[in-house]
Every structure is written in structure tokens, then in C-alpha cells.
Design a protein around this ligand. Structure first.
Ligand code: NAI
Length: 209
């Protein structure tokens, strides 16, 4: 049975995953919620509550088995499998995303990159040839694409999103500054770096008051 977990808890899981992976890299195989809370600058009770949601109970006097906990979080986050991504828009952002090697280490593989600019089409980015967006539907029908990334101007994003959805894409990582209306079976994750900067500027201005 699916349990309803709050999005706040889900949003914290990647951070747990990051800290746990660092521990494993440093040869640490078990950790108490107290120790983890000190590293993560949060409370031990928050960690226990969050992880109890998923049946990840630390043992009294032992703490958490870091490897098992990582595996559990991977299962919850769907990270046991690899994902194929395509990116629409091969400008500054699109190329930067494809060039960031760490996505591949986490199982997110870019398999296609598309643009409408003839000057960009045919250029090779990290082993991927930029393809004409005209070929989008054909590419999706021939390849197993899990996630499409939108890195195009907002006036293009709605049209392209519709094309992606019609072609069967079920997940969109949306960097374009527009809210997408999608059917229930399509998930969208919006990323707005400026929102994060504005939050930072708010916190800075509060400190300066
Ligand atoms: P850019 O101008 O360098 O690249 C945009 C690319 O999209 C261009 O190469 C253009 O030819 C291409 N394009 C336009 N229409 C297209 C279509 N229908 N199909 C395929 N390609 C198309 O811009 P940049 O800096 O890469 O930003 C891309 C978009 O992402 C912009 O809308 C920008 O506002 C947004 N952005 C969002 C961020 C965020 O945090 N959400 C951060 C940075 C940019």
C-alpha cells in the first residue's frame, strides 16, 4: 500500500542521500541519528521522524547502517534504475547541463540534445550531436526516453511541452520560466535558480536590518 509522505520529507531525502554517500566514501558504515544531525545541522528527532516514514529504523545503540539506509533512500527516490534524458535547447544552460558529468554518475544519462538554431545543429557536446528539434518525435519513438529537460525560452516552452507529451514523455524537468499544464500521468519538476537567489537576498537583507 502506498503511504502518503509529505513533499517536505521527500524534498529532504536527496540531502540525506548526499550525506550518507559521503560517509560511505569515507569508510563510515554506521551512524547514529545524533551524529548525522550534527553533520547535517538538523535535529536527531527530525532525522528519526523522516526516516521512520519509510520504515528505516535505526537500532538502539547501533544507529543506522549507512549502506542499507542509502539503498532504502535510493529505492524511495527511484534511483535503483538509470534514466535516459533528452534536453531541448542547446544554449548556455542546455550545454552546461550536458557538460556536468555528475548526472551520469547518479544514473541520469543524456542521450539527445535538440535545438532550432542551424548554427548549433551538428555541433558535438560531450559526445552528443545537437539535433534539429524537427527530429524530436522521431527520436522519442526510436529511443527509450524517461525524462525531457526544457531549457528553451518561455515563449517556446508550452508548444514544445505539448509535443513531448503527445510523444509519450511522462517526466519534464522544466527550467523555462513558465508553468506547464500537464495531464495527471505527466510529472513536472520546475527549477528556478532565481527563486533560490531571491530567498538568499531576503535572508541577507534580514541580517542587515
Ligand atoms: P540561450 O539563449 O543560451 O539558449 C536557448 C536555446 O534554446 C537557444 O540555443 C535557442 O536556439 C533554443 N531554442 C529556442 N526555441 C527552441 C525550440 N523551439 N526548440 C529547441 N530549441 C529552441 O538561453 P539559456 O541561458 O540557455 O537559457 C535557456 C532558458 O532557460 C531561458 O528561457 C532562460 O530564461 C531559462 N533559464 C532558467 C534558469 C532557471 O533556473 N530556471 C536558469 C538559466 C536559464
Amino acid at each position: 500500500m502506498k503511504k502518503n509522505i509529505s513533499s517536505a520529507v521527500i524534498n529532504r531525502l536527496p540531502r540525506y542521500r548526499r550525506y550518507l554517500a559521503d560517509l560511505l566514501d569515507n569508510g563510515i558504515t554506521r551512524i547514529s541519528s545524533q551524529e548525522l544531525s550534527k553533520k547535517m545541522k538538523t535535529t536527531a528527532s527530525q532525522i528519526r521522524q523522516d526516516l521512520n516514514n519509510f520504515g528505516c529504523f535505526g537500532q538502539q545503540g547501533y544507529g543506522y547502517n549507512v549502506e542499507l539506509l542509502c539503498e532504502e533512500i535510493d529505492k524511495i527516490l527511484g534511483l535503483e534504475k538509470n534514466y535516459n534524458l533528452i534536453i531541448i535547447g542547446a544554449g548556455n544552460l542546455g550545454q552546461a547541463l550536458v557538460n556536468y558529468a555528475n548526472f551520469k554518475n547518479r544514473g541520469f544519462n543524456f542521450i539527445g540534445i535538440f535545438d532550432i538554431n542551424p548554427k548549433l545543429i551538428g555541433i558535438n557536446i560531450r559526445g552528443l550531436e545537437i539535433l534539429d528539434t524537427e527530429k524530436l518525435e522521431e527520436f522519442i519513438s526510436k529511443n527509450d526516453v524517461d525524462i525531457a529537460v526544457l531549457a528553451i525560452p518561455k515563449n517556446q516552452a508550452l508548444d514544445v511541452a505539448q509535443r513531448l507529451i503527445k510523444s509519450g514523455i511522462k517526466a519534464i524537468w522544466n527550467f523555462s520560466h513558465v508553468d506547464l499544464e500537464t495531464p495527471d500521468d505527466v510529472v513536472v519538476e520546475n527549477v528556478h535558480l532565481t527563486d533560490s537567489l531571491m530567498t538568499l537576498s531576503y535572508r541577507l537583507s534580514e541580517k542587515r536590518k
